[in-house]
Design a protein around this ligand. Structure first.
Ligand code: CTP
Ligand code: MG
Length: 224
């Protein structure tokens, strides 16, 4: 197997709240997780898709993914980092050359973005989609400003992030129990060089309730 997409969907969506974890909420009539998966399934650079879920959400997962040709889901852990590590461990028997690790909470990644990451990976050890920070950054103490932070050289990291499978598995094993919020950070801590590719403004992460309406506007506005 050449390239597997590993989608982490084992979170609880606490900042968004509501009755269902956010990845199972409908976005213009289809569950967010299903929309996310569809960005990878059938993509020419992706050979298979595995989703990491919370075992308690198995029924929600089956309903959301009905009819899709996926690898069997695996159970995640208490943190995103742990969920990714468990997902990587589950892929050992498939021995993919490369893995694209993606958040279920980013249902708008385009096929072109997936291709940019996959194609960077043909020459680089790791590929990270990111956008430069354009706003002026402030440090605050309570409700008052307490200085500016230079934005030069600062980027906003997105997913999918691409890696050589054996290298990112070893990195996650070595950094297990850490507090990393993305896999590029795990990779960097293990000495892997991470190359930037251009991210996408529309590839937003759905985090807060207002993000749902924005995502639906973006989905409704294009040929998606
Ligand atoms: N995730 C995961 N396992 C965890 C925590 C998060 O697989 N233990 C996944 C989420 O499902 C999501 C992605 O990691 O697709 C990014 O995490 P985030 O946006 O923080 O989602 P949640 O952790 O679900 O949301 P919150 O932090 O608001 O509870
Ligand atoms: Mg979280």
């Amino acid at each position: 197997m050449r390239c597997v997409a590993l989608i982490v969907a084992a979170g609880r969506g606490e900042r968004l709240g509501g009755d269902l974890p956010k990845q199972f909420l409908p976005l213009l009539g289809r569950p967010m997780l299903r929309r996310t998966i569809e960005r990878f399934l059938g993509h020419p650079s992706v050979d298979a898709v595995r989703v990491v879920i919370d075992g308690r959400h198995e029924e929600l997962y089956r309903t959301a993914t009905a009819g899709l040709a996926l690898l069997e889901p695996v159970a995640g852990g208490a943190s995103r980092q742990e969920s990714v590590r468990l997902g990587l461990e589950s892929l050992v028997e498939l021995a993919p050359g490369q893995v694209l690790i993606h958040d279920a909470a980013r249902p708008l990644a385009s096929a072109a973005l997936v291709e940019r990451v996959a194609s960077m990976l043909r020459t680089a050890d790791a590929a990270l989609p990111a956008l430069p920070v354009v706003d002026t950054l402030k440090r605050a103490e309570g409700a008052r400003t307490a200085g500016d932070v230079p934005r030069d050289g600062l980027w906003r990291a997105q997913t999918p992030q691409g890696f050589r499978f054996a290298a990112i598995l070893a990195a996650h094993r070595a950094q297990a129990g850490g507090a990393f919020t993305d896999d590029a950070a795990v990779a960097a801590a293990a000495g892997i060089e991470v190359s930037l590719v251009e991210g996408e403004e529309d590839n937003m992460k759905i985090t807060h309730p207002a993000d749902l309406a924005r995502a639906e506007r973006l989905l409704g506005g294009g040929q998606r």
